[in-house]
Design a protein around this ligand. Structure first.
Ligand code: SAM
Length: 234
């Protein structure tokens, strides 16, 4: 009986939490651009070692899921040190934007070193993209949504600049659906932002607030606590 009651209350909790997804805060931690820029200014020199190998399987899977074709125009927001740049086929043109000049400097070094001529880099805020509507075939953000102050605004911009029928791809850590883990993630989020990410971004709320429907969601990396969210712009 106790078990039955617990399941009923879990279902009730799930029902109400899906109802308020459209309005609830995505994280317990609020951040501002200046703070994030400062964090990445400090991280730039160690980024590839600290956030490189462990998060790379997800990056590789994301490229596969894009279904890239020669001539595709890709926008990568939060391009960072350009860690994805060599993963794109050279027949695609890539625009990478980031607001951290320190991270972009690393990306410029990498691109020059590897002789990539299909990649351009621009300093820009992902929440206010300076591109016309429908400019890109693929718009991608890897490990960025948990960093930006307003993930919903960034997703809206990503959708705006993606052409109809194009793909919008997010690779990110989102809050666990496990009650205990999600509590821990909320507790540590105000601290993890100091090393570059919020641990508790709420995926159902993010999807509800961005109006993204029919996204495919796949767990990636080890442990499988990161999600690859792929959707097609209607
Ligand atoms: C965790 S790193 C991800 C880098 C890379 N995409 C990767 O796969 O490793 C997050 C990046 O997002 C950038 N960023 C954060 N907020 C941004 C914003 N509002 N506009 C543009 N870039 C932003 C940071 O400067 C940093 O380079």
């Amino acid at each position: 009986m106790a078990l039955f009651e617990r399941r009923e209350s879990d279902r009730t909790q799930e029902y109400f939490s899906s109802l308020d997804a459209a309005s609830r805060a995505l994280s317990v931690t609020a951040v501002e651009n200046d703070f994030v820029e400062d964090v990445y200014g400090k991280l730039a020199s160690v980024y590839d070692w600290t956030f490189g190998p462990a998060l790379h399987p997800g990056r590789l899977r994301a490229i596969q899921r894009m279904g890239l074709r020669p001539g595709d125009h890709i926008l990568e927001v939060g391009v960072g040190t350009g860690i994805n740049a060599s993963l794109y086929p050279r027949e695609c043109t890539v625009t990478g934007v980031d607001f951290s000049s320190s991270m972009l400097e690393k990306a410029r070094d990498r691109i020059a070193r590897k002789g990539m001529t299909n990649v351009r880099l621009l300093e820009m805020d992902a929440a206010a993209l300076k591109f016309a509507d429908d400019s890109f075939d693929i718009v991608y953000a890897s490990y960025v949504i948990s960093v930006v102050p307003d993930p919903v605004q960034v997703a809206a911009e990503m959708r705006r600049v993606c052409r109809p029928g194009g793909r919008i791809v997010f690779l990110n850590h989102f809050r666990s659906s496990n009650f205990l883990l999600s509590r821990i993630e909320r507790m540590i989020s105000p601290f993890t932002i100091h090393v570059g990410f919020r641990a508790d971004i709420d995926l159902p709320a993010f999807l509800a607030q961005t109006g993204i429907h029919g996204a495919s969601i796949e767990k990636v990396n080890i442990p499988r606590i990161w999600s690859l969210v792929t959707c097609v712009k209607a």
